[in-house]
Design a protein around this ligand. Structure first.
Ligand code: NAD
Length: 434
């Protein structure tokens, strides 16, 4: 099939490349010319394991075309996926749909023959209806479908190839059939093809993300209780997760959830519920609890350092919101690092995906090129993101200071190994070993 992905970010680029890899011809369009140039030289502008190789393979096979020429891409395609960002509006819980509506107008402008418009971006209930209003002049040319994306950054290629389910929202059997044909290689490998109304599909995406955010927040709060009551949260996670009604995934206590989806989608869902005069009190509490968590963890840093952050050398390992991605959106580090700097700490960080523009203007914060340079002078090391390369650091060899401490926000290490090495060690929801 001939496809066009508008928006070549985490979703558009990965799904476009994977669609090409299963035999489709895919135009990946972005208004960001630098991104397109980088892609045309064979490299991904985002860090996603395995993506560079897959791009190069499909680019060479001429199944994957990167362009800023929206007119050519739209006129050459039968199915157009909208994959642009849907951020939170500033100062409001509402979703900013301006990118979605802008590219809808462009689709309208450049379409001369029948096309299917598919929203892959996460959009609130009723967005498909609004897109139909925008295109009403040429209504007969288009059908509008919802196909929310569930891939996770860091595991995006696997998630695209083996999704638990493919959700398609439409009111037309004909369009379901076309989408089923497009996804046939994945359905044949066992992925469920789930059809519903367009508005239903739009809500499924928000409800799924809010539920997952709730699971994370729930176990984070249980971890707080464990810390006070001397119980190991990992035992509790396992003990409840073994119940198939609950399931063990998304039950790892850690920092506040972040990333480009959960924070904005929980807020977007609350805003949607308000529009329909419904009170989603659980989701509201989740948002508040997650917001408070960053403060709670920062207070703990104060305590670990004897309530005095001034001139303390604090080294962070990892600053992205999770490993295997370069995505910084809503990472705990975005709040924690500026706070520590403001309080007079000398902060350094190392992240496998390199220096971050977000911290460039902070006078007390430096990026270090490797683990050793980052940790050598540390009073406190904060493990924020559990990259594989952090798993086996010999801290005693790396850190010069005698009484340095480690605050492990991902429970990557064990209290036992730290005790063996005589390192003062703090983690999440686990009892101390004395
Ligand atoms: P992103 O910011 O990485 O990418 C969006 C891209 O769209 C940018 O490159 C931008 O330049 C481009 N763009 C915007 N307007 C355009 C236009 N008119 N024409 C051409 N290009 C345009 O965003 P993302 O993380 O890929 O997310 C996209 C959507 O998918 C969002 O709605 C998000 O909630 C949803 N989603 C994201 C993930 C994820 O893990 N990132 C997972 C599932 C769903």
């Amino acid at each position: 099939m001939k496809l066009c992905m508008i928006g070549t970010g985490y979703v558009g680029l990965v799904s476009g490349t994977c669609f090409a890899d299963i035999g489709n011809q895919v135009y990946c369009v972005d208004k960001d010319v630098d991104k397109i140039n980088k892609l045309n030289s064979g490299f991904s502008p985002i860090y996603e394991p395995g993506l560079d190789e897959l791009i190069q393979k499909n680019f060479k096979a001429k199944r994957l075309i990167f362009t800023s020429d929206l007119k050519k891409a739209i006129s050459s395609s039968d199915i157009i996926f909208i994959c642009v960002g849907t951020p939170k509006k500033k100062g409001s819980l509402k979703v900013d749909l301006s990118f979605v509506y802008k590219c809808t107008k462009e689709i309208l402008l450049y379409s001369k023959k029948k096309k299917i418009i598919v929203t892959k971006s996460t959009v609130p209930v009723g967005t498909g209806d609004h897109i139909e209003k925008i295109i009403k002049k040429k209504k007969k040319l288009f059908s509008v479908i919802s196909n929310p994306e569930f891939l996770r950054e860091g595991e995006a290629i696997r998630d695209f190839r083996y999704p638990d389910r493919i959700v398609i929202g439409s009111n037309s059997i004909k369009e379901f059939k076309i989408m089923k044909k497009l996804y046939a290689p994945l359905i044949n490998k066992g992925s469920k093809f789930f059809t519903t109304s367009r508005r239903g599909a739009e809500l499924i995406k928000y409800a799924a993300n809010a539920f997952l955010a709730t699971k994370i927040t729930f176990i984070n709060e249980i971890a707080n209780l464990c810390e006070k009551s001397g119980i190991n949260v990992e035992d509790v996670s396992l003990g409840i997760g073994l119940d198939s009604r609950i399931g063990g995934r998304f039950l790892r206590a850690g920092p506040a959830y972040g990333g480009s989806c959960f924070p904005k989608d929980t807020k977007g869902l609350v805003s949607l519920a308000k529009k329909y005069q419904t009170n989603l009190s659980i989701v509201k509490s989740v948002i508040k609890s997650n917001h408070d968590r960053v403060d709670l963890l920062t207070k703990r840093v104060h305590k670990i350092l004897g309530n005095n952050l001034k001139d303390k050398r604090i080294s962070l390992l990892g600053v992205t919101f999770k490993p295997n991605t370069d995505d910084m959106r809503d990472s705990t580090s975005l709040k924690m690092i500026p706070y520590l700097c403001k309080k007079g700490s000398i902060v350094s960080y190392y992240d496998p995906t390199g220096e971050k523009k977000e911290f460039k203007n902070l006078t007390n914060c430096r990026f270090k090129k490797n683990i050793k340079d980052n940790c050598i002078n540390a009073d406190l090391i904060i493990l924020l993101t559990e990259w594989d390369e952090f798993k086996s650091i010999d801290f005693k060899k790396v850190v010069k200071k005698k009484n340095f401490k480690i605050y492990d926000l991902r429970n990557l290490y064990t209290a036992y190994e730290m005790k063996q090495n005589k390192i003062k060690y703090y983690s999440i929801g686990r009892p101390k070993i004395n």
